[in-house]
Design a protein around this ligand. Structure first.
Ligand code: CU
Length: 157
């Protein structure tokens, strides 16, 4: 019994050491990396993405796990204040695929990827300087007609 207790204590100690060894900087860097995947059924695989407010920059990769081309079932990832979601989607619709369905100089767009088709991906890194911790943010796909299904909550902090 004593041996078992010692073994448990040793295991606990190793676990604590493992926690201490992983530096806060390394943990934060990973926490600031996000991935999301769209499919041929007009869906993202995540309804929510979150990063801690300590992230000065966020790296996001969008994957398209389907097979349809961008012209038919393209997806992007656009970050907005939730209050701007519909307006940004409407403005993006007229911008066209060549502009990734994002209107030129739309200040309401806080970050966005390219439109990707089946098998493609795109990675962006954006600054969080303009984001407020605890603010109400959302992401959406601005391909015409997609945002009704393709939207989610973005939590910062
Ligand atoms: Cu889409």
């Amino acid at each position: 019994m004593k041996l078992m207790r010692n073994t448990l204590a040793a295991v606990a100690l190793v676990a604590v050491q493992a926690l201490l060894v992983s530096t806060p900087a390394a943990a934060a860097a990973d926490a600031c990396k996000l991935e999301i995947t769209g499919n041929d059924q007009m869906q993202y695989d995540k309804k929510e993405l979150a990063v801690p407010a300590t992230c000065k920059q966020v790296t996001l990769t969008i994957h398209h796990g389907g097979q349809l081309p961008a012209a038919a079932m393209g997806h992007n990832w656009v970050l907005v204040s939730t209050a701007d979601l519909t307006a940004v989607a409407n403005a993006g619709m007229g911008a066209g695929l060549a502009s990734n369905y994002v209107a030129a100089d739309d200040k309401r767009v806080l970050a966005h990827t390219k439109v990707v088709g089946g098998g493609q991906s795109d990675t962006i890194t954006f600054s969080t300087a303009s984001l407020k911790a605890g603010g109400d943010y959302s992401y959406l796909c601005t391909f015409p007609g997609h945002n009704a299904l393709m939207r989610g909550t973005f939590k910062f902090g």
